[in-house]
Design a protein around this ligand. Structure first.
Ligand SMILES: *[C@@H]1O[C@H](CO)[C@@H](O)[C@H](O)[C@H]1NC(C)=O
Ligand SMILES: *[C@@H]1O[C@H](CO)[C@@H](O)[C@H](O)[C@H]1NC(C)=O
Ligand SMILES: *[C@@H]1O[C@H](CO)[C@@H](O)[C@H](O)[C@H]1NC(C)=O
Length: 480
């Protein structure tokens, strides 16, 4: 009797220890996963680190995690749906992610492609490549696209045949499943803040040495053709251009490095101006970057060119000057000159800020309702939220299936990612730089339509294909 009792005691002690050990291991895995992601995100969101560098950071952490999770991973991958990143973006070879009540296994390891638990493939738009797509695609293989960047990166995704291949989307468009439209805005407080704002009297006296307008751009001749516009504008009004594009004024030496773009000193230089030329590199609905938010933060009036629906996102009805309201740069210059000499008219554009009165309910709601933060380690980042959106949807369908219900269908619509063809500004004076647009962006846009067609055909065939097959098909489209 006694011996049996002791055996039981030992057995339960052993069980308890094993359980405790597992619990600790799991905790360590989750914690390591978390800290790794924080690092990745802070570098991703300030945009200053390149992809390889992010991965380097990620891998450093991962080697540690692998020590703990190698054995568990085999078990985990069998119990939870696998969401396979078809991109090295996160650098995570294996992580259990908790998404509300649901748990999914996230990995970038392509060896999981044929695992029966693999339920979704996650793609990162910028490195979405026709090479080695996960084909054949099974019925239960959801495809999810994360693409926060400018359409400059990977035009072929911006056409109906390709975007509609996906089930779940996170893009800059308000129509996507996880809209990232406000991805460059940290919060409402930063645009309300008066921290950098220079009083108008001071700006007026600084005008002796500064132009009314400032332009800082080092990515020259992008699809929006902004440099052509600004070049033309410069023949009607003075513009201080500090960047590489149309450069006519030098930054202080210590600010020349692009990495110092968010430097307070740089902000203070810009804040001295009355107007900032805020021109996006591409013209797409809801594609809005720090080019807009920065002047609003600084208390400088943005002269904006970019998203055609920008009035949906401005803090108030009178907070920016819209380039598209003017028929010619000459007219715009004329208007700015008028504001430059009329303090009352100028200040009307900053009234929202001085009063802290943001009347745009759409903007307020978007910031309040988003589940991710911008440069804020206390909040999830948008990649976590995207992963969890897909995880929750995958689980929803698993549960429906268990109950004998048909799965809920998710499909990307064409407006989840769409941009019109780039257009050149046509001014009377001959414009030498057009060529970059005519010779590069427009042909590349046209070509990308054919690529989208070809890709669609091949994916629908549902067999893996070679790059050569793809290009042959693109070429056929061309000669058709
Ligand atoms: C702009 O003004 C219109 C008409 O007065 C109003 O309906 C709209 O809500 C205003 N928009 C913002 C962002 O304040
Ligand atoms: C995902 O998209 C594919 C292709 O459009 C479709 O066949 C499949 O049913 C979709 N899956 C879900 C869960 O909606
Ligand atoms: C398709 O995949 C199979 C199995 O992985 C491979 O052997 C074959 O070479 C691939 N074919 C193409 C066209 O890439």
């Amino acid at each position: 009797m006694i011996r049996i009792g002791r055996k039981r005691l030992w057995a339960s002690f052993f069980c308890f220890t094993a359980f405790f050990f597992l619990l600790v291991t799991l905790q360590v895995v989750l914690e390591l996963g978390k800290s790794e992601r924080k690092i990745k995100v802070s570098s991703l969101q300030d945009g200053s680190l390149k992809l390889e560098e992010q991965q380097k950071h990620a891998y450093q952490f991962f080697n540690k995690q692998e020590l703990y999770s190698n054995t568990r991973r085999v078990l985990d991958a069998d119990r939870y749906p696998i969401l396979l990143w078809w991109s090295p973006l996160t650098g995570e070879t294996g992580r259990l992610g908790q998404c509300g009540q649901d748990v999914c296994f996230f990995t970038i390891k392509r060896t999981y492609q044929h695992n029966h638990m693999t339920k979704a493939f996650l793609f990162y738009g910028t490195d979405f490549n026709i090479d080695s797509l996960p084909l054949p695609r099974k019925r239960h293989h959801d495809w999810a696209l994360f693409h926060e960047e400018s359409p400059k990166n990977n035009y072929k995704l911006f056409h109906k045949p390709t975007i509609t291949l996906f089930n779940h989307t996170a893009t800059f468009s308000r129509h996507s499943h996880l809209p990232l439209t406000t991805q460059y805005l940290e919060g409402i407080e930063v645009i309300k803040s008066l921290r950098y704002m220079v009083p108008l009297q001071k700006k007026n006296s600084l005008r002796k040495g500064l132009a009314p307008l400032v332009y800082v751009q080092s990515d020259c001749d992008p699809p929006s053709d902004r440099d052509s516009y600004v070049r033309e504008l410069m023949s009607y009004i003075q513009v201080d251009a500090y960047g590489e594009c149309l450069h006519n004024r030098d930054l202080p030496q210590h600010l020349k490095n692009p990495a110092s773009m968010d430097d307070g000193n740089f902000y203070r230089i810009l804040a001295q101006y009355k107007f900032i030329l805020a021109f996006e590199n591409a013209v797409c609905e809801d594609y809005i970057t720090e080019k807009l938010w920065r002047p609003l933060k600084l208390g400088v009036v943005p002269v904006y060119y970019g998203s055609p629906s920008i009035t949906d996102w401005l803090p108030s009805n009178k907070s920016a000057i819209l380039v598209t309201r003017f028929s010619h740069p000459r007219e715009l210059a004329h208007y700015i000159k008028a504001l430059d000499t009329n303090d009352q008219e100028y200040e009307a554009y900053l009234e929202w800020k001085v009063k802290g009165a943001i009347s745009n309910q759409r903007l307020l709601a978007a910031i309040q309702e988003r589940k991710w933060g911008v440069q804020d380690i206390t909040q999830d980042n948008y990649i976590d939220v995207f992963e969890c959106m897909v995880c929750n949807r995958v689980w929803e369908n698993i549960r429906r299936q268990e109950k004998g219900l048909s799965p809920r269908r998710w499909n990307a619509q064409v407006n989840h990612l769409s941009c019109p063809k780039p257009e050149a500004f046509l001014f009377s004076s001959p414009n030498i730089r057009w060529t970059s647009l005519q010779e590069m962006w427009i042909p590349s846009f046209e070509q990308s339509k054919k690529e989208a067609q070809a890709l669609r055909q091949l994916v629908e065939r549902n067999m893996n294909f070679t790059a050569q097959e793809f290009w042959t098909l693109v070429f056929k489209e061309e000669t058709r």
